[in-house]
Design a protein around this ligand. Sequence first.
Ligand SMILES: [Zn+2]
Length: 284
Amino acid sequence: MKKILAIAALLLAACAQSPQLVKNEATSGIDRMYVIPCGENHVKDLSRWTPGVNVGKAAVFADHCYLIRHAKGWMLWDSGNPDRLADLPNGQANPQGTITAFMKKRLVDSLKEIGVAPADIQYFAMSHSHGDHSGNANLFAGSTIFMQQAEYDAVFGPEPQKYGFLPANFEKLRGAKFVLLKGDHDVFGDGTVVIKSTPGHTPGHQSLFVKLPEHGPVLLSGDLVHLIYSWDNEVVPAFNFSVPQSLESIKAMKALVKSTNAEVWINHDPEQTKDIPKAPKWVE
Ligand SMILES: [Zn+2]
């Protein structure tokens, strides 16, 4: 009986694997990435992000989450604006009234459409802990979470507000399994998904290098820069945790992009990201 069950399990496993996954497993453990729209942020004065230019100009920032399918499991990068904002058609403004946050489609609904539940996400990491990236972090308390030690200390230390972090966004993560980093980290040990330490915007900001098997390598910026303009001109907001660190991180990532021939995908730039297929479509 045991033997029959084992054979049945093997057959099931064989059926569950698509030919695509089998094909790519030999060369690469990652086979696709979904880019999920995870809200929008409407800002009144773009010059806060581009000091010296765009004074008084209103703008819309895109916001994305990224879901990676790897042979060793699902990994989610960033969690967007909070799903509860989907109930607010006019969005939610910050106390200063300078930014209004929207969530047009809940992250849980986007995941569901792909056939994934929050509990299926084995690995979770955020570029950093601001509200437009940590809005749904509490959903992933069962995941292994990769965070820079410096970011962790700011989030769970005595003064998270000082860094612009909302303690409520992390309340379910206190007992979660964290892997605390002090630099770069190869998530699956095969070079396909590498967390790059890019401090500056926040104490432990990080970007993600993803080697897509067909498309080629991409660097997910996080808030290393907010727009392609900022990347080209090396311009960062004055409100960053450290402007000098931010500029150093941009230079380091420019060197990485050059040496690997990677594309830079800038999370918040609506123009630069508009042609990337969005979930439920994916990029291979
Ligand atoms: Zn952001």
